[in-house]
Design a protein around this ligand. Structure first.
Ligand code: PHE
Length: 347
């Protein structure tokens, strides 16, 4: 009996000390009291049980009182503008506590910065778009076989024209918008010069080189008398600036409906510079296929009300993930979207 009295006091003190007094109801002391019942001779159990119930009721009453006090307590307001005490001891932070900028975000900033210095403005793409911007405005009429080259995700619902919406499979979906938005530059004797670094989506089987979600940077440049030489020089200049070294480029003919002529652009391997037959980055070939580009097709200019007899331009679309993988020797593109801290913390 004496020990019951002791426990009762301990529990009530706990209630009056606690910021979450309800937890006392689940405490091991109280459960211990109930556990005692079955150890007693049968005839004593009932009166002992009543005693414990009495204690429990007392505790419940005390909890209500304590909660009342807690609810009316006024804590001093926190002044978030107060100067920090720089001499106060700081907890030691791990890199993971501090957080880091995602490597792709950081590289996109660097890429944009280089193009800004070359006079390109930046535009954003979107994560859902229509067939006009994905195909028609880019000279893929309905039924064009090259539409199938893009493993495009589409919605089940259709828009007012009965077409499904799409998750953009390349940043070229922004070409028409950029041309229309900056068209007035041309009459003023200025160029249209824009980049669009953003996310794209393809219904691909995933492996170390393929992701369903990745990044491209689109470039669009239109003015009077623009030619293939301007295209190659711009890309070479950008890539050398990005990798911080002299690089050689190789330009092979290719096909896109929205550029003519079209090219596939390869870069001398910035890792081994063609000197290591066992190089993992270029598989010992010395060259890396990096991007598609070409001179903007007259029909694409016409779709944006720009006279192709007066103005010409180039466009390119470069995979950012691949660019960054080559810079840091990252062997698997899936790391980027994996959320793996051991990968992300290295940047
Ligand atoms: N959009 C093309 C692709 O993703 C690349 C490209 C962009 C080609 C601009 C030419 C001009 O494959």
């Amino acid at each position: 009996m004496e020990s019951i009295e002791k426990v009762r006091k301990i529990l009530l003190d706990k209630v009056y000390d606690s910021d979450s007094p309800r937890e006392v109801l689940r405490s091991k002391e109280l459960r211990g009291l109930y556990g005692l019942i079955k150890t007693l001779p049968v005839e004593e159990r009932s009166s002992f049980g009543q005693k414990i119930n009495g204690i429990k009721q007392e505790i419940e009453k005390a909890i209500l009182e304590r909660e009342e006090v807690l609810n009316t307590v006024s804590l001093p307001p926190i002044d978030i503008t107060a100067p920090m005490d720089i001499n106060a001891p700081q907890p030691e932070l791990l890199p993971s506590d501090r957080g880091t900028i995602h490597p792709l975000s950081r590289e996109i900033d660097r890429i944009s910065d280089i193009f800004n210095r070359m006079g390109f403005v930046m535009e954003e793409s979107r994560e859902i778009d229509d067939q006009f911007h994905m195909f028609e405005s880019l000279n893929f009429p309905k039924g064009h076989p090259a539409r199938d080259d893009y493993d495009t995700f589409m919605t089940v619902e259709t828009d007012k024209d009965g077409d499904r919406l799409i998750a953009p499979a390349h940043t070229s979906t922004m070409q028409n918008r950029v041309l229309v938005k900056y068209r007035d530059n041309l009459a003023k004797g200025e160029a249209i010069a824009a980049i669009v670094p953003d996310r794209v989506f393809r219904n691909e089987d995933l492996d170390a080189r393929h992701e369903h979600t990745f990044y491209q940077v689109e470039g669009v440049y239109v003015a009077k008398g623009v030619n293939v030489g301007n295209l190659i020089a711009t890309l070479q200049e950008f890539l050398q600036e990005y990798y911080g070294k002299k690089l050689y480029v190789r330009v092979n003919p290719f096909y896109f409906p929205f550029t003519e002529p079209s090219f596939e652009f390869a870069l001398s391997c910035p890792f081994c510079e063609g000197k290591n037959p066992d190089c993992k980055v270029c598989s010992g070939e010395g060259w890396i296929e990096l991007l598609g580009c070409g001179m903007i097709h007259p029909k694409v200019l016409e779709a944006a009300d720009i006279d192709p007899n007066e103005y010409t331009g180039f466009a390119f679309g470069c995979g950012i993930d691949r660019l960054v993988m080559m810079k840091y020797g990252i062997e698997d593109v899936r790391h980027f979207e994996s959320g793996r801290l051991d990968f992300l913390e290295q940047f």
